[in-house]
Design a protein around this ligand. Structure first.
Ligand code: KG4
Ligand code: ZN
Length: 359
């Protein structure tokens, strides 16, 4: 069964054709990175306008690359929550129009659940079909907008265990990249800089590690990087005293490449440490057999390596999305929609876009 999946929740316009929830025939993504780069983050109004321009050509390309016509498509799936409301609406209107015009079911999909589903996808002729996920699993979803742990008992059976109380991990990467003048989007540029740095050079805080909490907090870490670069403002400077790093507090223009690399590596190590510790905690709490990573930050090789070591240590299997399926894409939407459809859950043409998901 061919499902067309549309994704426009943030700054990527994605469309894909996926067969039986697993085999990705096409997966076309138009990135808006260049439009948002000079602002150092996604500007919602620019994002929704860019989706309007991109959506029809991207859908046409996804169908062409899958060598499929409207008659082959059994259902149209779309991200309807959570995300930037203006961006979501563009994909939603396109999906409703196609479902109505083609006379096929419309399936609304939760974007975060779709990230957790991404490791189940494969590209025929390029990857081996992945083995089914053995539940119970813990899914760690880290992106620019989300950082959360879920108990995963099946593609549509997820239970929230913990989430960030402030910044998302990807957001912290983006903001730290901006502080370190490393360019946007921050994840890949911080990871690149970190390769030449010493992860033990600066001791950044690891938040919310006490007790059994499965929530995350990254805003203190982000501020620690800011203070490390620009100095601690006002009276707090006296309280904080001198930091260990030789150039700390002198402003980014006085940092050498080496010091920028050390700061990036130390920041990345702090994020990965927190994610690894919480993932271990969640896995132990539910007796997980499988660990799942998803979302843009799951492209980070330090995180992938740490999750691999953790899985070995716990005797769990690890399921990572292919690089192409880490960041936002339509394939994960079409893939998860197959399971929604099989469970009899389709949406009406009154399906609403929701910026946040409650409960
Ligand atoms: O899943 P995604 O495409 O969009 C959201 O749903 O937010 O994730 C984008 C986020 C950005 O914050 C980006 O900086 C981060 O994922 N990211 C990374 C890496 N690649 C992308 N973070 C760390 N390391 C990476 N290699
Ligand atoms: Zn995402």
């Amino acid at each position: 069964m061919h499902i067309l999946g549309i994704e426009t929740s943030c700054d990527e316009t994605g469309c894909a054709v996926v067969v039986d929830g697993r085999a990705v025939l096409s997966n076309v993504v138009a990135s808006q990175v260049e439009l948002h780069a000079r602002f150092g983050g996604v500007v919602p109004e620019i994002a929704s306008r860019a989706h309007i321009e991109a959506i029809n050509p991207i859908i046409a390309r996804a169908l062409a690359e899958a060598d499929c016509g409207r008659k082959d498509v059994a259902a149209v799936a779309v991200t309807h929550e959570p995300g930037l409301i203006g961006s979501l609406l563009v994909g939603l209107m396109a999906a409703k129009t196609l479902a109505w015009a083609w006379g096929v079911p419309l399936i609304g999909v939760n974007h975060v659940y779709a990230h957790a589903y991404a490791p189940a996808l494969y590209r025929p002729g390029r990857d081996e079909p992945p083995a089914p996920i053995e539940p119970p699993a813990v899914a760690l979803i880290c992106s620019g907008g989300h950082t959360a742990l879920y108990r995963y008992d099946g593609p549509t059976e997820l239970e929230l265990l913990g989430s960030t109380i402030d910044d998302a991990a990807g957001e912290a990467f983006d903001k730290v990249a901006s502080i370190l003048t490393l360019g946007y989007p921050g994840g890949p540029s911080v990871e690149k800089a970190a390769r030449d740095g010493n992860p033990a050079a600066v001791e950044f805080p690891r938040s919310l590690l006490k007790g059994q909490s499965l929530d995350f907090s990254f805003s203190g870490l982000k501020t620690a990087v800011l203070y490390h670069v620009n100095g601690v403002p006002g009276r707090r400077r006296e309280v904080a005293g001198e930091t260990a790093h030789p150039n700390a507090g002198r402003g980014i223009e006085n940092f050498t490449q080496r010091e920028i690399a050390d700061t990036a590596a130390s920041f990345q190590a702090a994020v990965v440490d927190v994610l690894r510790i919480k993932l271990r905690r969640a896995a132990r709490q539910i007796g997980a057999r499988t660990l799942i990573l998803g979302g843009g930050v799951s492209a980070n090789s330090a995180l992938r390596a740490a999750a691999g070591e953790l899985a070995d240590d716990l005797g769990c299997s690890l399921r990572l999305p292919a690089m192409a399926h880490c960041v936002d894409n339509g394939a994960m939407i079409a893939g998860l929609a197959y399971h929604e459809l099989r469970a009899g859950r389709t949406s009406g043409l009154d399906l609403a876009a929701r910026a946040t998901v409650r409960g």
